[in-house]
Design a protein around this ligand. Structure first.
Ligand SMILES: Nc1ncnc2c1ncn2[C@@H]1O[C@H](COP(=O)(O)OP(=O)(O)OP(=O)(O)O)[C@@H](O)[C@H]1O
Length: 276
């Protein structure tokens, strides 16, 4: 396969992201309470928790979108608050499913806006031949090779999701942040998206990802680590097999569920009380 992600591997030992006891308080509400997370190149984290647990809030801190009230966030050894947030954001790819694009750009044009970090193409900016080629290669890898000239308004939600992942990868980030990428997808579209994520991770072994979801069925088989959040606190964190267990997930969601892993993928079923 062609190597699209051609930045050198991160310096050995330096985590891609290190959040150390971060708390976030808004209007007197503690949204995150002393959460620590270290993500290294090649690791693929799942952030799981019930509605309102603080997953998206943590993702915003990791994506250098917000500052913590307490604690520190380092991106490749650079501390948030001491360096320009915009500069840090170029090292991170953030996939927002609510991408606010209105105009009928082609899929290729949308992907190229990843280089200017803008929703619309910037006036007087034109991509070079190499950049156009890179966009095509990424789209092919994500199973969108036949759709490069399709227009954004005509895309299905699954196609939009994969286009946005290619867009986020254009600046060759070290870390890809995915906020509920499978929400609203039908079965086939979800499976295509998860296959694409597995392929992406295989092709770019140095890339790290953090994926937020409520559903264990939406985790790619390539997930290596997981963190469980409840009420803004981390209840468990570590290797996926140690964390995604019946006991720990039931505790996190406050509901008895049974977790199983088959062919690398996870399922969660509610445990029914025995009928007398
Ligand atoms: N700006 C804000 N001011 C006050 N509270 C906020 C603010 N933003 C989010 N919250 C609250 O913080 C909590 C955590 O929100 P967050 O969006 O991080 O949760 P989540 O785990 O991503 O939830 P969901 O799964 O529903 O998307 C929620 O109770 C939310 O209402």
């Amino acid at each position: 396969m062609t190597a699209v992600h051609d930045r050198p591997a991160p310096t050995a030992g330096v985590p891609v992201i290190r959040a150390d006891r971060v708390s976030l308080v808004r209007d007197g509400n503690v949204l995150l309470d002393s959460v620590s997370l270290t993500v290294r190149g090649g690791e693929h984290w799942a952030l799981l928790g019930a509605n309102g647990a603080g997953k998206s809030t943590l993702l915003k801190l990791l994506g250098a979108v917000a500052h913590p009230t307490r604690g520190t966030v380092e991106v490749l050894g650079r501390t948030l608050g001491r360096v320009d947030l915009r500069e840090l954001r170029t090292l991170l790819g953030h996939v927002d499913p609510r991408h606010p694009l209105r105009s009928p750009l082609t899929v290729s044009q949308v992907v190229l806006t990843g280089l200017t970090n803008s929703v619309e193409p910037l006036p007087r900016w034109a991509p070079g031949a190499e950049q156009r080629e890179r966009a095509e290669r990424l789209l092919k890898m994500l199973g969108m090779g036949g759709k490069t000239q399709s227009r954004w308004p005509a895309l299905s939600q699954g196609e939009r999701g994969r286009t946005l992942i290619a867009r986020a990868l254009m600046p060759q980030p070290r870390l890809l942040l995915l906020d509920e990428p499978a929400t609203g997808l039908d079965l086939a579209a979800r499976e295509q998206l998860l296959d694409s994520l597995d392929a992406l991770r295989e092709e770019h072994p140095e890339l790290a990802t953090v994926l937020v979801t409520h559903h264990l069925e939406e985790l790619p088989a390539s997930t290596t680590h997981a963190m469980l959040l409840r009420g803004g606190r981390c209840t468990a964190s570590g290797s996926a097999d140690e964390v995604l267990t019946t006991d720990l997930v039931s505790d996190c969601f406050g509901h008895p569920v049974r977790i199983a892993r088959t062919d690398g993928r996870w399922t969660a079923r509610a445990q029914r009380a025995a009928r007398g």
